[in-house]
Design a protein around this ligand. Structure first.
Ligand SMILES: Nc1ncnc2c1ncn2[C@@H]1O[C@H](COP(=O)(O)OP(=O)(O)OP(=O)(O)O)[C@@H](O)[C@H]1O
Ligand SMILES: [Mg+2]
Length: 382
């Protein structure tokens, strides 16, 4: 059991340099929470404060309702796995995994059975007598995890544990970690700046910027309903197109006139929510993947893209170009065959548009799209 609660947690250095500012977050027992954000935004510092490796300047940290703000790391019963696995090079896999238990005076027979159990769970049983130098990156990562698991902590904190691995191994380890979380049912907090890891692994993603928690929600909530342009940009690759324009209305219809570009009509349900914006300058957010080579619905908006650059990735094409003078990036399936300099018909899904205030970048909130399935963390099959 371990729920983890941060109340107004702040970390500052030398009195005025802040790494983490006023973070409030309640992590439920057994939840898989991911801290996502650019380099230097305070992810590791937050994790280290939860583990007790860094003091909390202001605020309170509660584990299962108990104030542990000033409790020593060893008394918090939380295991941390770092990016640099920090294995002892002169010890075998088994000795590395056993080390923490040995130091605590756990009887050898108990150690042996726990090491064997974790090794079987992680597929390390045949490697127990090897030294770290004779292991692959993925195997070393598993040993680091095994060393954490044998301690039977009440929560795991993982700081970019997969960032040293190549793309394929990362993918494999990702699914292994998801399975592991399901089997152990323990609270896990995982730090990454990889949006694919965040979207595929998390029950809840917490996006950080400059020490602040910007938004927390299920992966689809933060993807579909970003609170500002920062979140929208972070959860999209290539980044979301942010286009300046003016909202204009006539009768019940509403559209956005892009600066020096085409007019984008808004669907009726969105027009109701955005009518009060008529006449105002706004930033329109369109994700590259919301353009299609064929209309997905009767109200797909037909547009013509003049192609300037093509990145053929095999399964899809990332195409840069101009929509009547407005530069955009679109993501199309590999069945489209764009040519540089040539016009390409594309269709925009109008239900996935976002409007942001041009100065603050905050989203103008709207209701959910009518056919949008609302996934809760429990419903998404991991
Ligand atoms: N001991 C320290 N003294 C002063 N500033 C620090 C210290 N440790 C971290 N910082 C600063 O705090 C900020 C947050 O650092 P942190 O390591 O938490 O970032 P991060 O989000 O984990 O970044 P990355 O993705 O690069 O690992 C950074 O600006 C960093 O320079
Ligand atoms: Mg870090």
């Amino acid at each position: 059991m371990a729920s983890i609660e941060l109340r107004n947690v702040t970390k500052s250095w030398h009195g005025n340099q802040h790494s983490v500012r006023n973070v409030n977050l309640h992590i439920r027992d057994g939840e898989f929470v991911i801290f996502l954000g650019p380099s230097g935004c305070g992810k590791s510092t937050t994790l280290r404060m939860i583990a007790g490796l860094e003091s909390i300047t202001e605020g309170t940290l509660l584990i299962d309702g108990r104030d542990v703000s000033h409790v020593a790391p060893r008394d918090r019963n939380i295991a941390v796995v770092f990016q640099s696995y920090a294995l002892y090079p002169h010890m075998t896999v088994a000795e590395n995994m056993a080390f923490g238990l040995k130091m605590r005076g756990v009887p050898q027979s108990t150690i042996n059975s726990k090491v064997a159990e974790s090794a079987a769970l992680l597929g390390l049983d045949k490697l127990l007598n090897r030294k770290p130098a004779a292991l692959s990156g993925g195997q070393r990562q598993r040993v680091a995890l095994g060393r954490a698991i044998v301690r039977e902590p009440q929560a795991f904190l993982l700081d970019e544990p997969l960032s040293n691995l190549d793309a394929q191994l990362r993918g494999e380890m990702r699914s292994e970690l998801i399975k592991l979380h399901r089997r152990l049912g323990k609270t896990m907090i995982y730090v990454t700046h990889d949006q694919v890891e965040a979207m595929t692994m998390a029950d809840r993603i917490c996006i950080m910027r400059d020490g602040h928690l910007v938004q927390c929600g299920t992966p689809l909530e933060v993807y579909n309903y970003p609170v500002n342009t920062f979140v929208a940009r972070f959860l999209s690759s290539p980044p979301v197109n942010l286009l300046g324009g003016r909202v204009q209305g006539s009768g019940s219809a509403l559209s956005v006139q892009l600066s020096d570009g085409p007019v984008i009509p808004l669907p009726d349900w969105m027009a109701e929510d955005y009518r009060h914006l008529a006449g105002r300058e706004m930033t329109l957010g369109i994700r590259p993947e919301d353009f299609h080579s064929h209309p997905r619905s009767a109200d797909g908006i037909p547009l013509t893209l003049t192609v300037s650059r093509i990145e053929a990735l095999g399964a899809e094409n990332i195409v840069s170009g101009s929509l009547g003078g407005v530069d955009v990036v679109v993501r199309l399936d590999h069945h489209t065959h764009p040519k540089v300099g040539a016009p390409l018909p594309v269709y925009l899904d109008p239900h996935s548009l976002h409007l942001f205030h041009p100065e603050s970048g905050e989203v103008v909130s709207r209701r959910r799209a009518p056919d949008d399935p609302v996934f809760t963390a429990d419903e998404v099959q991991k």
